[in-house]
Structures are given as structure tokens and as C-alpha cells.
Design a protein around this ligand. Structure first.
Ligand SMILES: [Zn+2]
Ligand SMILES: [Zn+2]
Length: 363
């Protein structure tokens, strides 16, 4: 769930940013200047969907792009929250593909409109509750088609990349029909709930493979080659190094409540943030976004009983304090603040130990 929240957060911050990229490309590099008409809208939708097909297919066949798309495929559930499992990195990777649109000659307004519509469509296809849809199955990507894409069953692997129209898969030979019940998730599931591990495990695996590959050809292959060429034992080695395994410890109810409370606060905070975002200045926006992100990492870390958790708490306090100070300077006495900061630093070790004992029950 926390991946979806992070995505909404980044959406709020990056929306509009890409508009300027398209607008710049359109004004400086466009071959044509296409006017809006029924035909040009249909054309734009088709080209967008075609680019999506290749963006998505490369996302599965090229390691560098898979390292950012993998997050969308980690969930072993299949519902609309999965459609929100898109990261900022993925949005950037996608923008390279969409950048062809302004160069062809579509204006930034038209592109943004079509991308909004195109971006809403996946909410409809990520569901288990809709069966097959008769003749629509021949034209559009339906939930049944996309279930196949998310399945790890042998005959479903690397199939059904299309987003709105299913014919791209049929044309380029990657179509599969849903015949047996899909099993969702990665072929080799992750061994951790950690937000950071979900986002960066494949980049680490790539770096590891790159380090141990002999010769430049093989090294380049670890970046631009296919994911199944990366030795699966690397994941196990790295997991032993960086991750405490899911099954090792049973979470005590004490810190489970703490995590639940944090998640509720994050959700409420996020909602408020999205409501008043436009009236905030950039510094407040960035610091609140950081607090929410730190809280998400915090939840994952607590569930794994990581010991570095106190550093996160420390930085979160610091951020919260910074925001409070930034907005309500008149209420803060600089001497008291400095004294507090010195005290916390001097007693950092003791506080850390007390804190770990409080939430984990460590001695
Ligand atoms: Zn995919
Ligand atoms: Zn999907």
C-alpha cells in the first residue's frame, strides 16, 4: 500500500513539470503543428497507445527499464491499488517515450489531456471482479487481458503489454488469452516489505551483476540485456546482506499499533496536503513530502525491526520542527531550541536504546 501513497505524493509534485518538457519540445523541435480535430485526437490516442506498448515491452526486456517497472509487478494481490504502483523513476522513463509526441507535432495541451485519459484507463483493468467482456475482448485491453500480464504462470510470462487497445499485442506476437487462474506477483517474490528494498533491489542486483561480469560486452549486457540473464543467486546474496527476512520475527502488537497509527496519519496528512498544496510555498511542500516519505520508510523498517529506525525518527522530528519554526518563528525561543538540540545530541545513544526497548522490547 505504501508504494501507492508515495506515488500520489510525487504525482502532486511533478504534475505540470512534464507539461513544460512537452511544451519546450513542441516550440523548438516540432516537425508539424497539428490542429485539434476528431481525426487528430484519434491519431494521438493511437500513437500514444503504440508508444506505451513499446515503453512497456522494453520495461520488461531491458534491465535498466525493468529496474523501475518491477515495482508495478511486486504485489501478490491484484486490485486497483496495483495500478497506482508507479514510481517517479518510471514517470521519467516514460517521458522519454512520450517526448516523440511533441516532436511529431502535437501541442502540450493535447498531450497532457490524452495522457490523463490514458493514465486513468489502468484503474479499470486492474481488477479480479470483472470476467470476460464478449466482443470488447477483441478491441480493448480488458481486466482479463491484464490479469495475464501480472501473472507469473509459465505460459503468461511476458505477455499482454498493451494499455488501451489489445491489437498491438496481437500484431507484435505477445498476446495470450486467460485460460487458467493466474498467480500474481514476481516469479521469485521479494523477501521483504521494505519500501526501499522494493524500489531499489533490482538496481542493486544490476550493480552486483555489473561488478562481476567479465569484459565490457558482458557488463553492458547487465544494463541493456534481459532481466532473466541476471544470475538469480545475486538476489539471495544481497537479501542476506541487506534484508531481515519476513519470517524471522513475529511483530509484537505494540509496534504494529504504532505502524497503523502512522499510516492513518500519513493518509490524513496526504489528503490535507493535496487539498492545500497550491497555497503552500515550495519549501513547505518539499519538507512535508519528505516527512511523509520518511514515515513510509519508517513503517517498513519497523515491520522488519531494523535498528537504524531511531535515526529516521530523529530526522523526522527535525523536519517537523523545521516546518513549525519556518511558519511560526515568533513562538520559538532560540535559547531553548539550542539547549534542546544539545541535550538530544548528548543523550542520543541513551535515547536510541530506550526507544528500541520501547517499541521492540529489545534489552
Ligand atoms: Zn508490466
Ligand atoms: Zn498493471
Amino acid at each position: 500500500m505504501s508504494v501507492g501513497i508515495a506515488e500520489r505524493l510525487l504525482d502532486g509534485l511533478t504534475l505540470g513539470l512534464f507539461y513544460f518538457v512537452y511544451d519546450y519540445l513542441y516550440k523548438h523541435f516540432a516537425f508539424f503543428h497539428i490542429q485539434p480535430s476528431v481525426l487528430s485526437w484519434i491519431g494521438l490516442l493511437l500513437i500514444t497507445d503504440f508508444l506505451w506498448y513499446w515503453y512497456h515491452r522494453f520495461g520488461h526486456e531491458v534491465n535498466l527499464l525493468w529496474s523501475v517497472h518491477v515495482v508495478h509487478h511486486q504485489s501478490e494481490e491484484f486490485n486497483f491499488t496495483v495500478s497506482a504502483r508507479i514510481t517517479l523513476f518510471q514517470a521519467v522513463a516514460r517521458t522519454f517515450f512520450w517526448s516523440l509526441l511533441p516532436i511529431v507535432g502535437f501541442s502540450a495541451e493535447m498531450i497532457t489531456t490524452i495522457l490523463l485519459i490514458h493514465g486513468l484507463y489502468p484503474f479499470f483493468t486492474h481488477t479480479r471482479t470483472v470476467g470476460k467482456l464478449g466482443f470488447l475482448e477483441y478491441i480493448f485491453v480488458t481486466p482479463s487481458h491484464h490479469r495475464v500480464h501480472h501473472a507469473s504462470n509459465e505460459q503468461y510470462l511476458d505477455k499482454n503489454y498493451s494499455d488501451v487497445f489489445i491489437f498491438w499485442d496481437k500484431i507484435f506476437g505477445t498476446f495470450a488469452e486467460e485460460n487458467e487462474e493466474p498467480t500474481y506477483g514476481l516469479t521469485k517474490p521479494l523477501d521483504s516489505n521494505s519500501f526501499l528494498w522494493q524500489h531499489f533491489h533490482f538496481m542493486l542486483e544490476m550493480a552486483y551483476a555489473f561488478k562481476y561480469a567479465e569484459g565490457w560486452r558482458k557488463k553492458l549486457k547487465t544494463i541493456f540485456g534481459r532481466p532473466d540473464n541476471i544470475n538469480p543467486t545475486y538476489r539471495r546474496v544481497l537479501e542476506q546482506k541487506f534484508v531481515i527476512h519476513k519470517t524471522n520475527k513475529v511483530p509484537s502488537t505494540r509496534f504494529r499499533n504504532y505502524v497503523v497509527i502512522q499510516m492513518v496519519l500519513v493518509l490524513v496528512g496526504l489528503f490535507g496536503f493535496l487539498l492545500i498544496e497550491e497555497q503552500m510555498d515550495l519549501i513547505s511542500q518539499i519538507s512535508i513530502a519528505l516527512i511523509i516519505l520518511v514515515s513510509l520508510v519508517n513503517c517498513g523498517a519497523i515491520l522488519e525491526q531494523r535498528r537504524w529506525i531511531f535515526y529516521l525518527e530523529y530526522s523526522r522530528c527535525f523536519l517537523t520542527f523545521f516546518i513549525a519554526y519556518y511558519h511560526f518563528k515568533e513562538f520559538f525561543n532560540p535559547y531553548i531550541i539550542s539547549a534542546l538540540a544539545v541535550l538530544i545530541t548528548v543523550y542520543f545513544k541513551t535515547l536510541n536504546r530506550q526507544y528500541l526497548r520501547l517499541i521492540y522490547g529489545f534489552q
